[in-house]
Design a protein around this ligand. Structure first.
Ligand code: FAQ
Length: 331
């Protein structure tokens, strides 16, 4: 069968039909690269090589899945929030995450792959979501640590992604970053309040930091030398900064925030260097790869919950489609 662009291809044949860079029209490929080098955005109807389309679809859909699966560890604490104020804020934050997932799925669909397909790949274990959401949230101060560290790490990454070369992704990031900075502040506020509380509350906050610090650093992905996607991502300006550069930025700004409220970063090797950056200890990469392979503490639970919610919601999707069909007939 003749190879066509994956945009036109049947989704089931996605990988089989994807052209290699060598198989692409070399003139078009050159013009595409020049456009990227000039800092122009690539829009859905523009020509793009299959590899670029696949790369952006992979990253955006994994990002969308992270936003949606990321609601689970926080949803766990809604019914046990310590006050009505805390509950309202947490509820609003979780709803924002659902919204981020929806913008991202919609933006990713402009690449010609449906949201149903992205979700099917997630359920089949062919698509990933952020490793961080495979860790449990054991107490209320984890809500503080998730907002402060997880949203904090997400912002560092997403601010950089505002300048990504794919137009719909870049525009989604601008809006998401505005909401994410409120999330980071609500998390930090919880941590700061707990650090002003009893010795027991302070110990809870420190325990949350101890458990979530290293997994937060893993959110930025493997070291650059072990990151197979970074080469093309930088060349095509999908990523503006590397995994290690972003991780360093996050550490540099977060250490001071911890110190300000009396928390200790759980890293005996952490050291401020003369260049103003922190040197830090070795990340447990064995743990990271284990988690992204599906063997983290909560992987099975998170995915099973997502599958069940998706199946339980089938009637809502069917009803919405039936209603839409009726409107077409009516008009
Ligand atoms: N977890 O070659 P690289 C949030 C995979 S949103 C799982 O370096 P790349 C909001 C990677 O996919 C958080 N898998 O990959 C919120 C690749 O596998 P593949 C999500 C990971 O793409 C807060 C392989 O390892 N943010 O938190 C991870 O160049 C609170 C090799 O890696 C985004 O998704 C990981 N941590 O760089 C919501 C941002 N790291 O696909 C609720 C967008 C790597 O080849 C509550 N994504 N892998 O099978 C990115 O910036 C990039 O995709 C990276 C990875 C930086 C995550």
């Amino acid at each position: 069968m003749e190879k066509r662009t994956i945009f036109a291809a049947l989704q089931d044949n996605y990988y089989r039909l994807m052209k290699t860079l060598e198989e692409e029209d070399q003139g078009k490929l050159k013009a595409f690269q020049e456009k990227i080098d000039r800092g122009e955005k690539i829009e859905p109807k523009d020509w793009m090589p299959d590899k670029y389309r696949h790369h952006v679809a992979r990253q955006m859909s994994q990002h969308a899945h992270s936003e949606v699966i990321g609601m689970q560890p926080e949803g766990n604490w809604l019914s046990r929030s310590p006050s009505l104020r805390a509950k309202k804020i947490l509820l609003a934050k979780i709803q924002d995450e659902a919204g981020h997932g929806l913008y991202l799925y919609s933006a990713a669909e402009t690449l010609g792959i449906s949201r149903d397909q992205f979700i099917q790949w997630l359920h089949e274990g062919k698509a990933k979501y952020s490793s961080i959401f495979n860790y449990p949230t054991l107490n209320w101060s984890d809500m503080g640590a998730v907002g402060w560290l997880v949203d904090g790490a997400a912002i560092v990454n997403q601010v950089s992604l505002q300048a990504t070369s794919f137009g719909p992704y870049s525009r989604a990031m601008v809006r998401i970053c505005k909401e994410e900075s409120f999330h980071q502040r609500q998390g930090y506020e919880i941590m700061a309040q707990m650090m002003k509380g009893t010795a027991e509350q302070q110990a809870m906050a420190q325990d949350s930091l101890n458990r979530l610090w290293w997994p937060s650093l893993m959110m930025f992905g493997p070291h650059d030398k072990d990151s197979p996607n970074t080469g093309h991502a930088l060349k095509w300006r999908i990523k503006k900064e590397t995994n290690d550069e972003l991780r360093q930025k996050f550490i540099d700004k977060t250490v001071a925030q911890a110190e300000l409220i009396g928390l200790t970063i759980p890293d005996p090797d952490l050291k401020l260097m003369p260049d103003g950056h922190y040197q830090f200890g070795e990340i447990n990469w064995e743990e990271f790869y284990n988690v992204i392979k599906g063997n983290g503490p909560c992987n099975k639970q998170r995915l099973a919950h997502h599958i069940k919610a998706h199946e339980d919601g089938a009637w809502v999707r069917e009803a919405a489609m039936a209603y839409a069909d009726k409107q077409v007939i009516k008009n």
